[in-house]
Design a protein around this ligand. Sequence first.
Ligand code: F6R
Length: 251
Amino acid sequence: MPQLPSHHTFSSPEAASEALASEISNLVSSRAAEGRSAVLGLATGSTPIRLYAELVRLHQQGLSFSNVITFNLDEYLGIGKDHPESYWQFMHSHLFEHIDIAAENIHIPDSGISEEGLEEYCTAYEKKISEVGGIDLQVLGIGRNGHIGFNEPGATPDLPTHVTELNKVTINDAADSFGGSENVPRRAITMGVKTILGARRVVLLAFGNSKAAIVQRALTPGVTAEVPATYLQLHGNTAYFLDREAGAQLD
Ligand code: F6R
């Protein structure tokens, strides 16, 4: 039975990011007290930057990430991890270089996998998620076209981690950072909607006016492949953490 995700509108992106950092911190510490790992699914992009800054601050105040295992949602294909726009670089510069996570506990899809090895690589990525017991908490952003991860409009809900083609809106949105749309990779590896729906808890962050219309659409009852974020209505434990601007078109 579809169930609309809850939404919480905060006074600012900072306040929303602090609330999610606090939820993550509670999960990580309670698992540590039980001698267990916490498995986090992570996103890149401009939206989670404040979240990662807050997690770094909590680490400086004593929060350890030594029991944390992470899986990133996605990565561009064919650019290599040394490319300044790779998600590998993003995650290391915003988070991993500043916390005590073990290198072997970090999983980011590899943008340099050869064409022949891709299918096997995606299957192995998905298997690793299962082997550690699945994702406890998945952080998401949302594209202006409603994508989650790189599950673009038209995505089906049954796919695990796979190779996908980027949509025009996604390519245009990335054009500035790549110095022109012609330089934006056309393909990516992404967790599928199935992978995302497999997480025990999902928190989607969205900030700013440019996200208001798609957030309103994603939270309107009715699941459609044209707005992949509507698949989160099938999840049952998803929350949207918004700032006032992104929440402005909700009742
Ligand atoms: C990033 C990702 C994307 C972004 C989305 C929003 O790992 O999977 O779905 O979350 O494109 O990007 P920003 O935050 O830059 O608006």
